[in-house]
Design a protein around this ligand. Structure first.
Ligand code: C2E
Ligand code: CA
Ligand code: CA
Ligand code: CA
Length: 278
């Protein structure tokens, strides 16, 4: 059901009974959502901390449920990852995000998007041709796309992933290392993968003002990123005072409820964000 031309190893001990029960519930819903286009994208601004201008928007996936309720990715992405459906989702998001850019009036051609990719996205041969063909077909400039990648145990093929990232970068797309600092091998990832942005995990930002350890860690991450020639983004920026602190520390970009929540429209939180940073 997940397509041909691949070999999958299945170990029933890997998945707990609870998870399996959840998978059985979600899999048909995800398939149906893909088939009937019950998925949609929302956009959250990423703001340049030096001047408050919007740098780009992160694309976040949503699913519409049976009763028209909105389902967030933490409910269905892990299932999709376990069952192989994530690949179809990754391609769906890439195609729809590029379509979204293509549909924009030309005076908004400065808008660029950051797309989340699952850690297995690079294991499939059709990711690169999908991106390349879609960009060619729509005339969307490759520089308007950044791909966010996270570290997960699922990345078992570093060499292949790095190779794919280089090929996609050769098209002109950019890369960000998401959830930096949250996992076990952040530094290994930083060393292995050629990325333009380091996205500091929200857990270091949430209590930044009260927690001196977080401040020290964020400062160090900023220093390391800068020395490696990479820009930093802080996520979960929930207050103006946090934004100001991050600016003071030298973080380049901020994203979070202080600037704007994910929305179906591109928010013009432009003025809001500037007001916060003044
Ligand atoms: P992420 O990439 O780390 O995305 C950040 C999450 O934090 C988003 O949740 C966003 O709505 C939320 N967030 C943003 N600002 C704030 C804030 O100020 N405070 C708090 N408390 N939360 C904030 P969301 O949209 O539910 O996404 C959750 C995760 O699902 C994402 O984490 C990402 O790993 C995954 N995901 C989302 N969309 C996609 C997609 O299109 N494809 C793939 N493969 N994964 C996706
Ligand atoms: Ca992300
Ligand atoms: Ca993140
Ligand atoms: Ca995350």
């Amino acid at each position: 059901n997940s397509g041909r031309d691949k070999v999958c190893l299945y170990n029933s001990e890997d998945i707990s009974v609870k998870e399996r029960r959840r998978d059985i519930y979600w899999v048909p819903l995800i398939r149906k959502a893909l088939r009937e286009n019950n998925l949609f994208l929302v956009f959250q601004p990423v703001v340049q901390l030096c001047d408050g201008n919007i740098s780009h928007y992160e694309v976040l996936l949503r699913m519409r449920g049976e009763n028209n309720e909105v389902i967030t990715p933490d409910q269905f992405i892990p299932v999709a990852e376990r069952t192989g459906l994530i690949h179809a989702i990754d391609l769906w998001v890439v195609e729809h995000a590029i379509d979204f850019l293509a549909a924009m009036p030309s005076y908004m051609s400065y808008v660029s998007l950051a797309i989340n990719l699952s850690s297995t996205a690079f294991q499939y041969p059709d990711l690169l041709p999908t991106i390349r063909d879609k960009l060619e077909l729509t005339w969307v400039e490759a520089g308007r796309l950044t791909f966010e990648i996270t570290e997960t145990a699922a990345v078992d093929n570093f060499e292949k992933t790095r190779h794919m990232i280089n090929k996609i970068r050769a098209l002109g797309c950019k890369f960000a290392l998401d959830d930096f600092g949250a996992g076990f091998c952040s530094f290994n990832y930083l060393k292995t993968f050629p990325v333009d942005y380091v996205k500091i995990d929200g857990q270091f930002i949430r209590n930044l003002l009260e927690n001196e350890t977080d401040q020290i860690l964020v400062k160090s991450m900023v220093e390391i990123a800068a020395k490696l020639g990479k820009k930093t983004i802080a996520e979960f920026v929930e207050s103006a005072s946090t934004a100001l602190k991050l600016k003071e520390i030298g973080v380049n970009f901020g994203q979070g409820y202080a600037f704007g929540k994910p929305d179906i429209n591109l928010l013009d939180s432009h003025k809001v964000s500037i007001a916060i940073l003044l």
